[in-house]
Design a protein around this ligand. Structure first.
Ligand SMILES: Cc1ncc(COP(=O)(O)O)c(C=O)c1O
Length: 452
């Protein structure tokens, strides 16, 4: 016997409004954990998330929703105009974009994009496995190999795909993956999808890695162990002691993967990121990264000393065979950006972004705000703490004319909401000082109103 479930009448698309919101709905908009909506049940996939939508609209109405805004100006200029779905216009210093060395506006980078479009058109023939490469891809692979002192490089359509695809391809059911507890979503999902046994170690704690590895190796010497970390953790602006971590891996016959999305190009004397800073450039087994923070385009890569691992990932990494390759324009932009990164101009731009980040850190700290992390890198996270204060401050900051992103649960713990300020080499002192004033005023005001 079959049961017929009546189809619900289609609901009109709701439009967000702005205005006062009271009672329990306001409390929920201020406080409720988004993860409470994450797991739902019910037979109808088109209606069972309605409660989530109602909550989102309440947050939008109450000016507590900082997501899915759009840029009216180019997204990566130091000042920008951003508009929310409820029509709130933010026009001012832009610390919400990732273009650490300000290369999206560099003439050589833009010229390379135009030339690639003329030479190869807007799209590749298909996935990397099926003719998705051009001569520019080969040149970019060679350039990355040289910059990272690692022989074998494979390109991916995004940074996310490089972390996910590499782990997913290399690791198998009997293997073990040890991830830093704060690892990026792409690394966690790659680990989960691989079917290997996954363990997490305390953030940046190399002693904890040693304990985990010793436990794993006491029972299993036959299978692979991959230790996964990041060069710079962008939510926290901190970095592992990579040389020591590599030593621990070697001691237990484990391999090390480092995601250098935020540090490659932007840090290190020659732009080699934290592996260069820690003196282990070319020694890490698997380096994955993204072009989207420093190299002015989307795309990603794997760099490894192992020819067979590279070929295996190229054949079995999902995005290498079942997703179209990075386009000629993206490839050319990344290559031109790499040219700047590895030149004396790159060093000057790294010094400039470090100066912006240092001024921002110092100014915010002088106002009594807590700036997280201990490395001078382009990301400057400003700790707010509780979620209601974070959400309230984000609405005030948008109206005051500063583009800055709130990071809240589930990306961070519910008592650790923060603003992730992203410095660019071209930010002026005035941009920084305006940002400090707005953050200070709005966070104070948010603390005052949520304390009532
Ligand atoms: C550590 C890390 N890896 C990978 C990515 C993904 O990069 P992309 O946005 O270029 O896909 C990010 C971006 O947020 C990241 O922070």
């Amino acid at each position: 016997m079959t049961t017929t479930v009546p189809a619900p009448a289609p609901a009109p698309a709701p439009t967000p409004t702005a205005g006062p919101l009271g009672g329990d709905r306001r409390t929920d908009a201020l406080e409720k954990d988004i993860m409470r909506f994450r797991t739902v049940s019910g037979p109808d996939l088109t209606t069972r998330n309605d409660a989530y939508l109602a909550w989102q609209l309440d947050r939008q109405q109450a000016d507590l929703w900082p997501y899915f805004r759009h840029y009216e100006t180019p997204a990566l200029t130091t000042r920008a105009t951003v508009v929310s779905d409820t029509g709130v216009v933010t026009d001012g210093p832009n610390f919400g974009g990732q273009d650490y060395l300000s290369l999206t506006s560099h003439p050589a980078v833009r010229d390379a994009a135009h030339q690639a479009l003329r030479d190869y058109g807007p799209l590749t023939a298909g996935s990397p496995a099926l003719g998705g490469a051009t001569p520019i891809s080969r040149a970019l692979e060679a350039g990355l190999a040289e910059a990272l002192r690692t022989e074998h490089v494979a390109l991916f359509p995004t940074g996310w795909a490089s972390g996910f695809g590499t782990i997913r391809a290399l690791m198998h059911r009997r293997d073990h993956i040890l991830l830093d507890k704060l690892s990026h979503d792409s690394l966690r999902q790659g680990a989960a999808a691989s079917g290997a046994t996954v363990e997490f170690f305390r953030h940046l704690d190399n002693d904890a890695v040693r304990r985990h590895l010793s436990g794993i190796r006491a029972n299993d010497t036959k299978n692979a162990v991959l230790v996964v970390t990041e060069g710079v953790f962008s939510m926290d602006s901190d970095t592992p002691h990579l040389a020591e971590l590599l030593g621990v891996c070697r001691e237990f016959g484990a391999q090390l993967m480092v995601d250098v999305a935020h540090d490659f190009g932007a840090m290190g004397e020659h732009g080699g990121g934290q592996p260069e800073v820690h003196g282990i450039l070319g020694e890490v087994d698997f380096v994955v990264g993204a072009f989207s923070k420093t190299f002015a385009t989307t795309g990603g890569f794997l760099a490894t000393p192992s020819a067979s691992a590279r070929e295996f990932v190229r054949m079995f990494g999902g995005p290498q065979t079942f997703s179209s390759a990075i386009t000629p324009v993206q490839t050319a932009v990344a290559l031109a950006a790499l040219g700047v990164v590895t030149s004396p101009e790159g060093a000057r731009r790294r010094a400039a972004v470090a100066a912006v980040a240092t001024r921002l850190r110092a100014g915010l700290t002088a106002r009594g705000l807590e700036v997280m992390g201990d490395v001078v890198c382009p990301v400057v996270p400003v700790l707010i703490g509780d979620t209601p204060t974070g959400r309230t401050a984000s609405g005030l900051i948008a109206r005051a004319g500063l583009v800055a992103h709130l990071v809240e649960q589930p990306a961070v713990a519910s008592d650790a909401a923060r603003f992730r300020m992203q410095a660019m080499a071209d930010h002026t002192d005035d941009d920084v000082d305006t940002a400090i004033d707005i953050l200070d005023t709005c966070i104070r005001e948010a603390r005052r109103t949520t304390a009532r």
